[in-house]
Write a protein that binds this ligand. Structure first.
Ligand code: ATP
Ligand code: MG
Length: 358
């Protein structure tokens, strides 16, 4: 069931259009990630849903209740929406116990038990209850902020870059913990992030945002493997994008003939592959035909080692149709290739064809 709906929501700040005709549907109990670069309008989107900013136009409904429709807006505290702000925003002078219990009734006999339950839920040790926020690590503070937002049993949870202050390892484990907590509680969640791996791993739906507009909304696999254009493709990860001649369901390009993921286009086009679809193997020393006379053969022009992956700049010896340039291809670094090596380039899977102009 569709739960949160935004219809043609717009918001301007002077000359800046922070939200431009946003249309979004979020099913109940699901998780959506809003992914976009800095300044693209992500926080503004959360703020209009939370009720901290009125939209200039459009309509927002939650479980059929109108939150804002251009004429009237429901006050933020009546929306049943939990918010974890970009900076966590804990009350610095209150203990962990009082931060989490802030929204609960003071005289409530069950208050202590509920706070303890929330602590368990976000995997925090009860020994921390009497500490103040400045006596906690960044990751612990973010878990307290989450517990505080969950205390009122929100219908909808809005998370604004809640993991951004954490280092890589803690970020991944906190993300998994938070994700599990929200999933088990069945809380519909909107996560804002500019980290594509975070968006792809956390959410059922990813909405890619740029300059106040939603460029694409889809499942993580849709937006990653079938981006609408070059911009979305490159924003979601490494992409090998090259010109191709399309015919009979096959894209003929610098990497050879590759089956297309949409069979109907014909003529010149642009295709995209992800690096994990490509395999480079040295062919120097193979007997028989000289390597330069075979298709799908290239030469390593540059190699940059970066730990788990190695980035190669490869010049194809038989460039495909359209403007030819070296390809940048990242590969696992378990088989390092030297500059000057002749390589066979093998592609698995299908080439994604951009529907419109790339
Ligand atoms: N209260 C405000 N007054 C004026 N301009 C604002 C206001 N809030 C946001 N903006 C502008 O609206 C645009 C979108 O801002 P927003 O905070 O939504 O971006 P964001 O995607 O959350 O960025 P970041 O990733 O840096 O947090 C920016 O150009 C910003 O400067
Ligand atoms: Mg922001």
């Amino acid at each position: 069931m569709t739960f949160l709906v935004l219809q043609s929501v717009s918001k301007r700040f002077g000359a800046v259009t922070a939200l431009d005709d946003i249309r979004l549907s979020v099913p109940q109990g699901s998780r959506i990630a809003i992914l976009g670069p800095s300044g693209s309008g992500k926080t503004t989107l959360l703020r209009v849903v939370a009720g901290f900013e009125p939209p200039d136009a459009g309509c927002i409904t939650l479980a059929g209740d109108v939150l804002a429709d251009g004429r009237a807006a429901m006050p933020a505290h009546r929306r049943g929406v939990g918010v974890v702000a970009q900076d966590g925003a804990l009350f610095p002078h209150l203990s962990v116990r009082d931060n989490i219990g802030f929204g609960l009734q003071n005289g409530d006999a069950g208050r202590g038990g509920r706070v303890a339950e929330l602590m368990r839920l976000v995997e925090l040790d009860g020994a921390m209850l009497d500490r103040r926020p400045d006596e906690l690590s960044g990751g612990q503070q973010q878990r307290v902020a989450l517990a505080r937002a969950m205390a009122r049993q929100p219908r909808l949870m809005l998370l604004d870059e809640p993991f951004s202050a954490l280092d890589t390892a803690l970020r991944a484990s906190t993300r998994r913990a938070v994700s599990n907590v929200l999933r088990h509680a069945g809380i519909t969640t909107v996560l804002v992030t500019h980290d594509q791996a975070e968006a792809l791993s956390f959410a059922d739906q990813v909405a890619v945002m740029r300059d106040g507009r939603l460029l694409q909304v889809g499942t993580p696999q849709d937006v990653y493997f079938r981006p609408v254009n070059r911009e979305v493709a490159e924003f979601l990860g490494d992409a090998i994008i090259t010109a191709a001649e399309l015919a009979n369901g096959t894209a003929a390009c610098a990497l050879g003939p590759i089956p297309m993921d949409s069979g109907h286009q014909v003529g010149p086009g642009t295709v995209m592959l992800r690096p994990e679809q490509i395999h480079l193997a040295a062919i120097a020393g193979e007997p028989g035909v000289p390597s330069c006379s075979r298709p799908c053969v290239g030469e390593i022009l540059e190699a940059e080692f970066a730990g788990a992956v190695c980035t190669y700049v490869v010049r194809m010896l038989h460039p495909g149709p359209g403007p030819a340039g070296p390809l940048v291809i990242r590969q696992p670094s378990n088989r390092l290739l030297d500059v000057g090596t002749t390589v066979r380039v093998t592609v698995t899977g299908k080439a994604h064809v951009f529907a419109g102009p790339d």
